[in-house]
Design a protein around this ligand. Structure first.
Ligand SMILES: [Zn+2]
Length: 265
């Protein structure tokens, strides 16, 4: 009887071991099926790896030359090197040059929203890589990256500054250091969404300050932000940095709004 129960016990243990590891493998498979990584833009399940699904990737519109040497706005045909857009001539910004990785369209917008509002910080390395490529000219001579700061109240609610996360990812690509304290947002501003160009400029007027001149004086800086719409925010930031003695300020964003028709002069 005792002998039987011992062998019975052994049999149970012998059966339980593979059962337990088999169960674990099964559980893993179930979890993989239940929580597959989703494409941040279209929410379709991704196969393996991170980033975008193939369909969204092909829909992203990367900005390639020819573009305005100053603003980085793409031209529909190649007018030759160094030519400027009408915008750059009619309304020159405080910053020297701006570059963007992609056009701000539906796919780029979905990606930025997932990054900003759904805690998809894991997207920063991919976006930073694309930005480093788009901004290589700017980064080659840069002394520091300056993320556009959030007001502390918004930082509190969003928990991270998307511009600082992008600047960190770009810095890992190009080894230009991030100057986190170069710029401070001294006044909370309304969201720029839904404001006219003039209202946007008024809204951010005087909102930024470079508190420590020693950090920026004589330096060539690259401002980093996620999206460039009217350019009012980065223009105000550039003015603050230049007032504090920065030698040059360029702008590198993930996505920029591009109006449909642009004719070079
Ligand atoms: Zn997708």
């Amino acid at each position: 009887m005792g002998e039987l129960s011992t062998s019975g016990k052994e049999a149970v243990v012998a059966a339980a071991l593979p059962l337990r590891s088999g169960l674990r493998a099964l559980l893993r498979r179930v979890l993989d099926v239940a929580l597959p990584p989703l494409c941040p833009a279209c929410r379709d399940p991704l196969g393996d790896g991170a980033g975008l699904c193939a369909a969204c990737w092909s829909k992203l519109s990367f900005i390639e030359p020819p573009f305005c040497a100053r603003l980085g706005i793409p031209f529909t045909y190649d007018p030759g090197p160094g030519l400027l857009s009408m915008e750059a001539i009619a309304n020159p910004p405080a910053y020297a040059r701006a570059r963007a990785a992609v056009r701000y369209d539906e796919t780029a917008r979905a990606l930025v929203h997932a990054f900003k509002y759904s805690d998809r910080l894991d997207l920063a390395p991919m976006m930073g890589q694309w930005m480093a490529r788009a901004g290589r000219e700017l980064l080659a001579g840069a002394d520091g990256l300056v993320p556009v700061p959030l007001h502390w109240r918004r930082l509190w609610s969003r928990r991270f500054n998307q511009s600082a996360a992008l600047a960190g990812a770009i810095s890992r690509e190009c080894r230009v250091p991030v100057l986190h304290d170069a710029l401070k947002r001294v006044r909370a501003t309304m969201q720029q969404v839904g404001l006219s160009k003039a209202q946007r400029a008024d809204n951010v007027q005087g909102a930024f300050r470079a508190p420590d001149k020693a950090t920026v004086a004589g330096r060539r800086l690259v401002l980093v932000d996620d999206v460039l719409t009217s350019g009012a925010t980065v223009d105000t930031c550039a003015r603050a940095l230049l007032r504090a003695g920065a030698a040059q300020v360029d702008v590198l964003v993930f996505a920029r709004v591009v109006a449909p028709v642009r004719t070079p002069i």
